[in-house]
Design a protein around this ligand. Structure first.
Ligand SMILES: Nc1ncnc2c1ncn2[C@@H]1O[C@H](COP(=O)(O)OP(=O)(O)OP(=O)(O)O)[C@@H](O)[C@H]1O
Length: 783
């Protein structure tokens, strides 16, 4: 049945079910084949109609023929001037843009087979009827204020000195870093790790200060060792020994941890920290290691590499090993590197150490907001009888509400919402949400939009910026699209260079919004510069990115996170939305959900018992985003404005080959990524239920799904893609992106290798294998 559905959706000519062709020419075989084909088409149409009636989740399912609406005459094209076409994002109605046809209008197709469907008709209906009736869309501002769960403690006794930190370190935190009191997880972790040498898990919400929760006790304990050495008449120097190792999955996160460490060590300058993450010449890293370091932050691949080849790296005195984002380290396949590191530490750690005050045994700490099942792998490799350091949820249930589930909870003050958006309206609704967010200056400072694939990020960036960087694929760049420094990194292609521009689609006359894009396929230098530019941008800014940005990164002033594409797992969801509402600050997060089976995700959102969970409907969002400021009640001009905008983007896409290819790539990568959800969530994100025709509209495509081809990618009909993705998803039994098995070869892996796969999630296995082959120097790209 499923395959039948796919064939119907993608393979057949659009008139297969309506037009009875008469074949006069050819031999009897041709005529027989033609007749059978026509009969088969009719049969399938009947099957499909019957199947549609059996899918209550999707409400009334219309036939493909009904929902495709073609204007009587194509919108007139702009005169070609030789200039790159630009996307004006105009909201005023233009005479050349056709009015929305009425529901049920069936008009002749254009000669080139393009189809333009209406934004507002034949959309799937929400299945959450009851919830809709009860929870009407509210403004987030109406929500109750909630006590933040990840803020520093207000208890007078909760001071850093009371936890065992020296007055000088506590003063430094207060005076130099502006931290008066510890957070709840810091209180627990500092007390535990300062007093005992047992292995530990640290699990607490995103933005709750876990980095300092493990760094502070380590710095304090090493400061104590230095005191004892001094008392014993020995000098403590950078050559006294490497006492602590911190591992993190990405270079960005490692750099961030190293920066926090440097900030701490400026009050005890005799303790020296360092970092090895690759990307630099190994020679200079070796030179740094030779000089001696007391605390080292590293990515696992690079450290394992140095343990192999850098003799001066003496790990015999390492007494603290921290694995930050421990679950992600396993997800990304660093298990073997970690195994190697731990066995070297075990072997060399047996050598007698002559450092006064050095603990007998090594303490291993695992840290993440979502450490759960896959930690077993790390437990068996590196941990012995670990204690769990977590914040008791009841500590935050002062209002009498039930304690929230520790396994899956976001900061309590984070205002979460979901938007029920039909496939066709996704793009235009995203723009409406951004327009509304940045309507007034100062409401939202920074926003992160998560997408599932690098190609999709690139396409949406171009649409939101609204201008082509290069007419006819030449290298001309309009000055408005240069980076703020006005420079394009040398040696990069245009696509590589342009990671920043003015987001015209979401800017208002009073509020210009800077737009950035980031994903794992960009060059290292571009990534570093873009991240820095977004973090330091003093104007309102939107970052469109993949999950490469979802873990651990602490970017200032992010007040809104939009999950435009669903996360691959609920852990990923938690980390994504955790980029806002950090350290007690407020924040908002919105996830786009399509009507139908995707609405099952609302139950997953509710698992975290969010104190604020609001429902939005696409129409309301579109109305807010596209209504003119002077709009009157009952005015429907927003519908026309949204339609105009959509048609403008479609024309911009179809009229320029580069944009068209980019849109097609984005669409294909999106569909591929859709197949990588964890097994437990595959019923919710069911590829078989995805309406590819409607989805194509969200990529501003007028192609029929079956005819979407991308040069350089494996030639495949959408039906083939869909079938293959379904098989791939099922081949990886129980794993999507969130677990290890699918990453370790087998049929799923072979399938990934077979295609020119630029989709980030699925490509990670492949990339990992590649970087390992290159000497493990590029963990950074694995995101
Ligand atoms: N005691 C404190 N007082 C005030 N701010 C703090 C305190 N501890 C940490 N912070 C700030 O809180 C923010 C989040 O810290 P951190 O990045 O360590 O969180 P995290 O729990 O590791 O988050 P994630 O799970 O997303 O990695 C940082 O900006 C940090 O400077």
């Amino acid at each position: 049945m499923a395959d039948d559905g796919m064939l119907l959706n993608f393979e057949l000519p659009s008139d297969a079910f309506t037009v009875q062709k008469t074949f006069k020419g050819g031999n009897w075989k041709d005529r027989l084949t033609a007749r059978k084909s026509a009969e088969w088409g009719r049969q399938k149409a009947q099957d499909r109609a019957a199947a549609a009636k059996r899918i209550p989740d999707f409400g009334e399912v219309q036939s493909e023929e009904e929902e495709l609406i073609v204007p009587e005459s194509r919108p007139s094209k702009k005169a070609r001037t030789g200039e790159a076409p630009t996307l004006k994002h105009a909201t005023a109605a233009k005479p050349r843009i056709p009015k929305e046809p009425h529901r049920g209008d069936v008009l002749p197709k254009t000669s080139n087979g393009e189809v333009i469907s209406s934004l507002f008709t034949f959309n799937s209906a929400s299945t959450e009827a009851v919830a809709k009736a009860v929870a009407t869309t509210r403004d987030d501002d109406d929500d109750v204020q909630v006590e933040p769960s990840n803020a520093p403690l207000s208890d007078e006794l909760a001071t850093f000195t009371n936890l065992g930190l020296s007055p000088s370190l506590a003063n430094h935190l207060l005076n130099k870093l502006g931290m008066k009191a510890p957070t709840a997880i810091q209180r627990k972790a500092i007390q535990q790790l300062c007093a005992a040498d047992t292995d530990a898990f640290i699990r607490a919400e995103t933005g709750s200060g876990k980095t300092l929760a493990y760094l502070l006790p380590i710095v304090q304990r090493i400061a104590d060792i230095s005191k004892q050495m001094k008392a014993a008449g020995q000098d403590f120097t950078r050559e006294s020994g490497l006492f602590a190792l911190v591992l993190a999955p990405t270079r960005e996160l490692s750099k961030q941890i190293s920066t926090v460490l440097e900030g701490l060590l400026s009050c005890c300058h005799w303790i020296v920290g360092g970092i090895v993450i690759g990307g630099e010449k190994k020679k200079s890293e070796k030179a740094r290691l030779r000089k001696g370091l007391n605390i080292l932050v590293a990515t696992p691949g690079r450290l394992a590499d140095h343990l192999n080849s850098t003799e001066v790296l003496d790990v015999s005195k390492v007494r603290w090993l921290v694995m930050d984002e421990g679950d992600r380290l396993i997800e990304l396949g660093f298990e073997q590197d970690i195994q190697k590191i731990v066995s070297v530490l075990n072997l060399r750690g047996r050598m007698p150490a002559t450092v006064p005050g050095l603990p007998e045994r090594r303490t291993t700490v695992l840290c993440s907001a979502t450490i759960k099942s896959n930690v077993d792998q790390l437990r068996s490799i590196a941990l012995k009888d670990p204690v769990s350091i977590a914040v008791d949820p009841s500590e935050h249930a002062e209002d009498g509400s039930e304690p929230r589930d520790q396994a899956f909870s976001a900061p309590s003050q984070l205002k979460q919402s979901y938007a029920i958006v039909p496939a066709k309206q996704r793009l235009v609704t995203l723009v409406a949400v951004l327009k509304q967010a940045f309507k007034r200056k100062g409401t939202v400072m920074k926003c992160i939009v998560f997408m599932s694939a690098a190609d999709s990020v690139d396409f949406h960036f171009e649409v939101l910026v609204g201008e082509s960087p290069a007419g006819d694929d030449t290298a001309r760049l309009p000055s408005t699209n240069l980076s703020r420094s006005g420079k394009i990194p040398q040696g990069n292609t245009i696509a590589e260079a342009r990671t920043q521009g003015v987001g015209k689609a979401c800017s208002s006359p009073e509020n210009a919004v800077q737009l950035f894009r980031l994903h794992g396929s960009l060059q290292q230098l571009t990534r570093t510069n873009t991240l820095k530019a977004f973090a330091t941008c003093s104007e309102p800014a939107v970052l469109v990115c993949t999950d490469v940005m979802s873990r651990g990164l602490d970017l200032p002033n992010v007040d809104l996170v939009i999950e435009y594409d669903p996360p691959a797992s609920k852990d990923d969801h938690l980390h994504r939305i955790g980029r806002t509402a950090r350290a007690g600050k407020p924040g908002r997060a919105m996830i786009f959900i399509m009507p139908g089976c995707e609405e099952g995700y609302i139950d997953i959102l509710k698992e975290g018992k969010p104190r604020n969970l609001t429902r939005h409907d696409a129409d309301d969002l579109l109305k807010k985003g596209f209504s003119p400021a002077s709009g009157v009640v009952g005015d429907h001009s927003w519908e026309q404005a949204a339609t105009d905008w959509q048609l403008e983007v479609e024309r911009w896409t179809t009229e320029h080959p580069r944009h068209l290819e980019q849109a097609r790539r984005a669409y294909q990568s999106h569909v591929r990524a859709y197949a990588t959800h964890v097994a437990a969530e595959r019923k919710i994100f069911d590829l078989k239920q995805l309406h590819l025709g409607h989805l194509a509209k969200a990529f501003a495509l007028r192609d029929k799904p079956g005819s979407i081809r991308v040069p350089g990618q494996r030639p495949s009909s959408a039906a083939g893609t869909k079938g293959r993705e379904v098989r791939r998803a099922h081949a990886g039994k129980g794993v999507g992106v969130g677990a290890g098995a699918k990453r370790k070869g087998g049929s799923a892996m072979e399938d990934v290798d077979a295609g020119a796969m630029m989709d980030e999630r699925e490509g990670r296995n492949k990339m990992f294998a590649r970087v390992k082959a290159m000497g493990g120097a590029s963990e950074f790209n694995l995101g």
